[in-house]
Design a protein. Sequence first.
Length: 422
Amino acid sequence: MTFDVQQARSHFSALKSGFIFADNAGGSQCAKDVADKVYDYLLNTNVQLGADYSVSVLSTTKVTVEAPKVAAKLFNCSPDEIIFGPSSSANMENLARSLDASIEAGDEFILTGEHEANNGPFKKLAARTGAVVKFWRPTPTNPSNPYSVALKTDELLPLITSKTRIIAFTACSNILGSIVPVKEVVEAARKAAKKEGADKVQFSVDCVAYAPHRLIDVKDWDIDYCVFSFYKVYGPHTSALYVRQHTLDKLSSIVHHFLKVDTKAHKLQPGGPGYELVYGTTGVVPYLESLTPEGTLKATFAAIAEHEQTLVEPLLKFLTAPAQVERGVRVVGREEAGLTRVPTISFVVVGQKPLKSKAVVDFFDKKGGIGIRYGHFYAYGLIDNLEPKIDPEDAVIRISLVHYNTVEEVTAIIETLKEALS
Ligand SMILES: Cc1ncc(COP(=O)(O)O)c(C=O)c1O
């Protein structure tokens, strides 16, 4: 697999400063190809959509034809199944609102209690309709580290009953960094649901922390809803939501009553999305496709996965070395590297000489040159359910890398970690 990290880096102006961006799960840098599109839109076609004069016709094409076509490539779906919104949180809240009329008291939702974006809207939907919420929680994978948690399919299946309507989980947690085998989970859950006589189960998969690292395939996964945020995938602050066409047809519209959008994705876009940002997203796929000679998303994501292992391995090796374990370092998430692990790595420092996560990050900030962060990262339910308890406000130290990070940067991060932990 050919992957030239320096060529990838050349698309990001901010990387030239030498600052080490290691908070990418919070938001990645934006590729120049994307910024160029935003600039082009604002300076040349910044008019209201839907009019018949030539410039409006051009903007309408950019935003409602070109952008959904590109987003559809990232989901492997039809452009008609794409909804743009300001954020994944807003997209999910809008989706849940449109489900109000189809949920009955006693229906059951199974949530994982990870990032609130794919949890809160369903919890509020349950409160509005009398549905019941159950949790499929991540559990330890290494008996000697209680924080080495991951979702396990076997622990989901017993929660499924004849009343199950929605199963919502992440394809990759923004804290744990391990990839959930979505296709396998959905297949097993559908089988269990059929056995229970549940014939209306829908799957909602949060791909926000997955999309920068692996290729989504909603058709292969056989899911109903999927969301990610372009600002984590080298693009602007906007989000795309996939809704399966036959599901979309049945959802209630949440836009102004006089708009005729009954079967269209627009029915989930109240007020419309930010035009220049939506058009800006069309720069993401060409950037990704430029990363490998094959010029395909499949080849690019395979190369990304391989390169990212060179970042995951030294970090996990350092954090799980006997000296660090003795020091009190505990990885939060799976401890093993491998293709089911992305370079989003969280940990805490407990034991005889515990350290606040804030103190470790403060050390980095004082030293300068590397951006990492601490906290619950809005996966409050996940952090709050870890045992032994950790303070959810202080939560974890997170180092989150992507394909444009280098092995040399990881070495620098490890050197600073050594000082911070000493
Ligand atoms: C896993 C995950 N889901 C959802 C979100 C929310 O995305 P947005 O900020 O676009 O609402 C985030 C943001 O950090 C995330 O990491």
